[in-house]
Design a protein around this ligand. Sequence first.
Ligand code: ZN
Length: 146
Amino acid sequence: MSLPLDGIYQELILRHYRSPAHRGEMDAPDAVVMMRNPTCGDDIVLQLRVSGGVIEDVRFKGQGCAISQASASMMSGLIAGKTFAEAEPLLARFRDMIHGDAEAARDKQLGDLRALSGVARLPRRVKCAMLPWDALEEARKQLPEV
Ligand code: ZN
């Protein structure tokens, strides 16, 4: 598989794609969201365990391209242990980056997710990168108390 992205970033994306963090299922999640990106064929099931506003655990399963799966793996690692109040600005930052904001692409808070900054040059892949984040936003709506 080859992606038109910078070499070191491509390597990081493929590493998450091949050995994703937080892949799997949990018992009795507090929120579950299934989401599809039909244009690419990606799908994701995102599960969250939330207590007192803190995202205590994140699991995802599904299938799709390297960009969607790597984004899910990286996102899960970043938001696990954070509150929604902390995660939501990261979501906004990531969305800015994916839409070409160069400053967001340098933001260390996004960690490995910066490897996906090149997706801004691939408009048809933007939905792939956003899929897990869109699922996170939907999950948030299932949790009115947080
Ligand atoms: Zn995709």
